[in-house]
Design a binder for this molecule. Structure first.
Ligand code: FAD
Length: 453
């Protein structure tokens, strides 16, 4: 979902008790779902062009009602054949009752580039019974909670796919010999892979910032954040946390997903020709090509990058958020608060973040909606750079891992104009040692620290 849903052709009709009696006659007497719970009083008819996880037990969908507008519905995928209450079957040891699809016909499976283990299908709905969720006509609003969670999942799973690709790259670099030496000792290879690892760190920190904000919202700051290393990073004020997450979610969904696509392409190249092959000999553990194929959908489903950019602009212009200016009143104070915590050795990098923040505020101030939409992808990139840079600087300040400092500095350098060389003050040898520790991890760290590399 989250393409343009306004043209939805699926219709929901409220049934009267008499209608339900008639329906029971028509469909063989079934008024209960697969676990014996009553089916809802709404009848859904229509067509769903894209429906994933068709083998799931339930679905949440949007449909148009007579009142107008879209409403959200909960629809069990299966119903009992006949009208038996099965709730006590497990206790009394009865046999599994027969079930059938709840007014759903699977027309055909989509022939997809990846995610083939997830059945995505075209569904025809005819007399499917469902329950209304929330207020009639407010479906898009009701479903937005799910959209936010799925966007967070998309960002985190994108980071996870990328982590797997880099793990495969590290394993391969330790065994493949080129020019008489292992890849793990080749300076050019290490430089490239260290750069990739830093990009992965930036995206992963960004995605897990989203998880931390969501956790703080659900469980409260006292329970979820106090006494953790994130206490200076996550706002104590719940409204501020909610507004910040609302702004950052479309950005992380778009930017982490697409960064992971590019990252996984590099991981494939890291393995040379082997990376382009479907390596299934070991059960697919090393099949980075499949991870790449599966990752390609993440920037598309749950809304494309342009749709996320549009959503981000909507948040920026929403007068109900952050005292009518979420960038100036929520995002900027949060960034500046975190920058105050950043260690003295990172002052240059902190100044870079402040400068990028100021530039974003200047662009947004006074811009028309049309201008912001036109620059939507730049706005996404700008918020991503500021936020990823900020969390990396925070990590470098609070983490005992010396690589965290190097990764933060390197990320900011990569975003700075006029940087042509990355050779450190210690010369080439020092730079290669840094690359190696960023890509392969540092052996002289506590296991708790090195395990996160
Ligand atoms: C494998 C897979 C599984 C899916 N599973 C489900 C599912 O279970 N349930 C479900 O409801 N949906 C599902 N979808 C649908 C998916 O959410 C949409 O395909 C996706 O959101 C893109 O919408 P669309 O296909 O309508 O593309 P469109 O919105 O038509 O996009 C076409 C182009 O228009 C651009 N565009 C669209 N809007 C704007 C805008 N406002 N400004 C600028 N450019 C714009 C897009 O960026 C894109 O380049 C699935 C899709 C796939 C590929």
């Amino acid at each position: 979902m989250t393409g343009d849903v306004s043209g939805t052709e699926t219709v929901a009709t409220r049934l009267t008790p008499q209608d339900i009696e008639r329906e029971l006659g028509d469909n063989g007497g079934s008024n209960a779902d697969a676990v014996g719970m009553p089916l809802g009083p709404w009848k859904i008819d229509g067509f769903k062009w894209f429906s994933s996880a068709t083998d799931s037990e339930m679905s949440v969908l949007l449909a148009r009602t007579a009142k107008g507008g879209l409403s959200a519905f909960y629809m069990p995928m299966r119903r009992l054949v006949g009208n038996r209450d099965t709730r006590n079957d497990a206790i009394y040891g009865d046999v599994t009752p027969s079930t059938e699809l709840n007014g759903v016909r699977i027309q055909r499976l989509k022939n997809k580039l990846g995610t083939k283990s997830l059945p995505t299908a075209e569904l025809e709905l005819k007399g499917a019974r469902a329950w209304l969720i929330g207020t009639e006509g407010q479906g898009v609003k009701e479903i937005s909670a799910i959209l936010n969670i799925t966007r967070l999942h998309t960002a985190v799973s994108s980071a996870a796919n990328w982590a797997r690709g880099l793990a495969i790259s590290r394993a391969y670099s330790k065994v493949r010999k080129v020019r008489g030496g292992l890849l793990q000792d080749n300076p050019a290879h290490l430089r490239w892979m260290a750069d990739e690892t830093v990009k992965y760190w930036a995206s992963t920190h960004f995605a897990f910032l989203g998880v931390a904000l969501q956790g703080a919202l659900e469980q409260g700051w006292e329970a979820a954040v106090r006494n953790t290393g994130a206490s200076q990073l996550i706002p104590q004020d719940k409204a501020q946390t909610a507004d910040l997450l609302r702004l950052l979610l479309p950005v992380m969904k778009a930017q982490v997903s697409v960064a992971s696509v590019h990252g996984l392409r590099n991981c494939m190249e890291c393995l040379g020709g082997v990376g382009y092959c479907e390596n299934n000999e070991d059960g697919g553990l090393m099949n980075v090509a499949k991870v790449y194929r599966d990752q390609l959908v993440n920037p598309i489903w749950e809304g494309t990058i342009s749709v996320m950019a549009e959503d981000c602009v909507r948040v920026i212009l929403d007068k109900r958020l952050g005292d009518s200016d979420v960038l100036a009143n929520v995002f900027a104070p949060w960034v500046r608060h975190v920058l105050e915590v950043v260690g003295a050795e990172l002052q240059m990098e902190a100044e870079f973040i402040e400068e990028r923040l100021q530039r974003l505020l200047d662009v947004a101030r006074g811009a028309t909606k049309e201008e912001l939409l036109y620059n939507g992808r730049d706005v996404l990139k700008s918020i991503e750079t500021i936020t990823s840079g900020l969390v990396l600087l925070y990590d470098a300040t609070t983490s005992p891992d010396p690589i965290a400092l190097k990764a933060a500095q390197r990320y900011i350098r990569s975003k700075s104009p006029n940087v042509t060389t990355q050779i450190s003050r210690d010369g080439l040898e020092g730079a290669v040692a840094d690359d190696k520790s960023i890509f392969l991890g540092s052996s002289n760290l506590q296991p708790s620290v090195s395990s996160k590399l």
